[in-house]
Design a protein around this ligand. Structure first.
Ligand code: GDP
Ligand code: MG
Length: 163
C-alpha cells in the first residue's frame, strides 16, 4: 500500500530541499499553467525501499494580497487533508519560533498523523534547536539535514509504520 506524505512548516525550514531530495526528477504533477502559483507540488518519492507520494507546501514565499498567516493556514490545511501523514519541519539551527507553534496547533486541530523533523541539523549548531523541538509536544524530532542527506535512515524508520 502506498501513502501520501505532506511536508509542512514555515517558510525557509527546508521543505523544498527535502522534497527535491526525495523526489529527484520524478515530479508527477506540476501546475504548468503560466501565471498560476504552484501552491502544492506533488511528486513520487523514494526512500530506501519505500515508494510514496509527497506534497510540498510551496508558494508561501510569494507575495500576495492574502496575509502570510492566512495563506499558510489554508495551504497547510489543504495539504493535511490530502495526506495520510505530515512531516512537520522546523529549523534546528533557529529553534522554535512562534510561527512553528501556529503550525503545531493546526496539525493538532486537524488530528494529523505528525512526524516532527528538525532540519538543518548537520553539525553541532543545531543541538539546542533539536532539544527545543521537543517542546512542541509532537514527540521525538527526527534529526536531519535535507541538504546533506543526513537522517534519511531515521526518517525512513519513522515512515515505515505508515506504509
Ligand atoms: P522551504 O521554504 O521550507 O521550502 O525551504 P527551502 O528548501 O527553500 O530551503 C531554505 C534554505 O535553507 C535554502 O537556502 C536551503 O539551501 C537551506 N537548507 C535546506 N535544508 C538545509 C539543511 O539541511 N542544512 C542547511 N544548513 N541548510 C538547509
Ligand atoms: Mg519551498
Amino acid at each position: 500500500m502506498s501513502f501520501t506524505l505532506a511536508i509542512v512548516g514555515r517558510p525557509n525550514v527546508g521543505k523544498s530541499t527535502l522534497f527535491n531530495r526525495l523526489v529527484g526528477k520524478r515530479l508527477a504533477l506540476v501546475d504548468d499553467q503560466p501565471g498560476v502559483t504552484r501552491d502544492l507540488r506533488e511528486g513520487e518519492a523514494r526512500l530506501g525501499g519505500l515508494r510514496f507520494t509527497v506534497i510540498d507546501t510551496a508558494g508561501l514565499e510569494e507575495a500576495t494580497d492574502e496575509s502570510l498567516q492566512g495563506r499558510m493556514r489554508r495551504l497547510t490545511e489543504r495539504a493535511v487533508e490530502m495526506a495520510d501523514a505530515c512531516l512537520f519541519l522546523v529549523d534546528g539551527r533557529v529553534g522554535i519560533l512562534p510561527a512553528d507553534e501556529v503550525f503545531a496547533d493546526i496539525l493538532r486541530r486537524k488530528n494529523a498523523h505528525v512526524i516532527l523533523g528538525a532540519n538543518k541539523a548537520e553539525g553541532k549548531a543545531a543541538d539546542a534547536g533539536v532539544i527545543e523541538a521537543y517542546s512542541l509536544g509532537l514527540g521525538e524530532p527526527v534529526r536531519m539535514s535535507a541538504e546533506h542527506g543526513e537522517g534519511m535512515g531515521e526518517l525512513l524508520t519513522a515512515l515505515e509504520p505508515i506504509a
